[in-house]
Design a protein around this ligand. Structure first.
Ligand code: CA
Ligand code: CA
Ligand code: CA
Length: 170
């Protein structure tokens, strides 16, 4: 039996991916997230960082579609997400981490405003807010990403946390 808590958590993960809230996860959700992040940090789309973020977003979408778009209509329905994505990601969180890594790597580079190779907790909050995390939990969530407590969020911290967040235990 599937618990309602489990269903609630799945619904929240779906909503995170469905950035524009149209009921499907598709390419526009990923490119839209890239565009919003670049706008937030004042980075030009045509810059190297902008291009890396867009290609990371496209690779992320392609990876997700490969896992979950079973009927090949170029969008992931809620049913496809629950029946394919969630199960496969749970079985193989490291694969998910690798699908997401180019996007996360590029997002971190955009958010690394002082060029130290990691984003401050404050800049990480800005990223989370742009990606649709509720305002009241952004600070807590950003601080939680800094698992080694050095005040910055690095690539491994963000990739692992991302994989954990989306691989929902039943
Ligand atoms: Ca959508
Ligand atoms: Ca589909
Ligand atoms: Ca850290």
């Amino acid at each position: 039996m599937v618990s309602s808590e489990y269903e609630r958590r799945i619904a929240a993960r779906f909503a995170t991916f469905d950035q524009d809230g149209n009921g499907y996860i598709d390419r526009e959700d990923f490119s839209g997230a890239a565009k919003a992040l670049l706008a937030e940090f004042g980075t030009a789309a045509r810059s190297d960082q902008g291009q890396a973020l867009y290609s990371g977003a496209e690779a992320f979408w392609q990876g997700m579609a490969g896992i979950a778009d079973r009927d090949g209509d170029q969008r992931i329905s809620r049913e496809e997400f629950v029946n394919s994505a969630v199960k496969r990601l749970r079985d193989n969180p490291s694969r998910f981490a690798e699908i997401a890594r180019p996007f996360l790597h590029a997002a971190l580079a955009v958010a690394d405003t002082d060029g130290t190779g990691a984003a401050t907790v404050t800049d990480t909050m800005r990223v989370l807010r742009i990606l649709g995390v509720q305002d009241d939990i952004c600070r807590t969530a950003a601080a939680a990403l800094d698992t080694d407590g050095d005040g910055r969020v690095g690539e491994e911290e963000i990739v692992l946390a991302f994989a954990r967040y989306f691989t929902v235990p039943e």
